[in-house]
Design a protein around this ligand. Sequence first.
Ligand code: DGT
Ligand code: CA
Ligand code: CA
Ligand code: ZN
Length: 589
Amino acid sequence: MSRLTNKDVAAQLRLIGDILQIKGENRFRVLAFHNAAESIENLGQDIYAIHRVGALTEIPGVGKSIAEDIAQLLDAGRIEFLEQLKQEVPLGVVEMMKVPGVGPKKAARLWRELGVTDIESLKAAAEAQKLRGLKGFGAKTEEKILKGIELLQSRKEERIPLAAARPAALEVVAALRAILPKTTLVQIEPAGSVRRWKETIGDLDILAASPDPDAVTQAFRSLDLVTEVLWSGRTKSRVRLINGLECDLRVVEPRHWGAALQYFTGSKEHGVAMRELALKQGWSLNEYGLTATGQGDAAVGEQRFFEREEDVYHFLGLDWIPPELRENRGEIEAAQAHRLPRLITQADLQGELHGHSDWSDGRLSIEAMAEAARKRGYRYWLLSDHSAGLGMVGGLDAARVREQAEIVRRLNQRWAEQGVDFRLLHGIEVEIMADGRLGLPDEILAELDVVVASIHSSLRQDRETITTRCLKALENPHVDILGHPTGRLLGQRPPTELDVEVVLQACAAYGVVVEINANPARLDLNDVHARRAVELGCKIAISTDAHSAEDLDLMPYGVATARRAWLTPDDVINTRPLEEMLTLLRNRR
Ligand code: DGT
Ligand code: CA
Ligand code: CA
Ligand code: ZN
């Protein structure tokens, strides 16, 4: 039997309460289960440890009979009473209570009188206008329920791009820091998928440490950024923000900060693996700390708390694991062997290798873009406007490319005379046309410092056609970098059918560098593909594909994707000084 968390136990008790509610049982009996669930979820201790010393009834809200249910669950993996209840009421009926506008009474009647057993059949019944036949239900109720189902289903699927979610989380954190003194708000950080820099976000999770949780929760609920308080207790609350995102806040005592941050950063899979590792060492790990199980050296029930997250990892014999790696993709084993990669950081980058000016679809002049890149500390920047052959207005033909070359030459000359350590590289983002030919002839490509090739047109070709098309382009010895390989736009356009594995193998064989496009709408390659690319022997370029000065500030999203792909500075060519980078490109085949 797998070990349950406090949260799992709470969920089972809550389910009992929910079923009793549908059965129309006494309100206080229902409340007893719901309160016990709440109390166990907020417990500062592992429930197994409490059970072992026979102290379940000492948990607030847990009486003798509920304690027996919990004991059954912990010892035998199931609660008899709940098993019986499940025979009586289908779980789908309980699920129906999640639909806004459907409470226990309605759910029970829909089930008993219409034979509706889950959300899907409820939807079908409402669409067939069968609800209005029931006493007390009208066309209005029907409509409301259908809307509720739609809302529920859209909410479930909707994930927000990180670039929309992350600033909101930081804003909440900053707003609370501004209101509360440091003595009240000892710590506060975004946790969950935002801290892991996952490319899309389900909801925001913010963790705070405070000796006065009420004050923090109060302040949180009354922020201007909050439109609706969805749920609020003393240490936990959930709100909707003005941008529509839902945001959880959890407040813990400062001595629990380390374990809580570890827990709420996730991912769930990483957390599960960490708990298994702790158990092997005789400790039960939860969001409060470690409790000795008695299987190791420490005495049963002995506890360890950690003010710093690093110390949780260190205590278990691991190096601290950067949040971007916490997806249970081998990071725990690597941390145990002290073999975690030295992940790339923004500071490692010396320049960028993909960007646009107003010669194609960028907003600024060549000089202004180059100056913007220089201001951000880069030593080089690749001007790579679109080529003709893309069916796009302003795509550059051979003559325009040569005109640009002259401008680039003059700018570089000026910086050299002024002793400025910056070099504007001249390149192109050449279109890989539908048949795999490139948008400009070879003799022009040969004149450029760096050639980025990418696909923007005929994106719906089938797998074989688009893969062959891409492979043909990669064979061209002038192609240095494959830009945003899959063409996806997060939340707007799916990736092309491209066979990424085959294309990455070709890139490795030809020495074509693969791009991580840092624009948060793209993040293309994604983390998984980028990791695979390096495994196959490819080098990576991380670039923002900037069309304006502000776009250059999107680089952290690209760096995060690279970090989630386990990349070191050595895997990325634009960490190299200019000459070394160019030599690498020249000698690659
Ligand atoms: P999201 O919101 O879908 O983008 O992804 P997360 O990772 O932010 O997930 P969320 O918001 O459900 O939970 C936040 C963190 O809390 C999660 O990363 C780990 C922790 N957590 C939540 N539920 C569980 C659970 O059932 N087991 C474990 N081990 N951890 C959990
Ligand atoms: Ca979340
Ligand atoms: Ca959450
Ligand atoms: Zn571009």
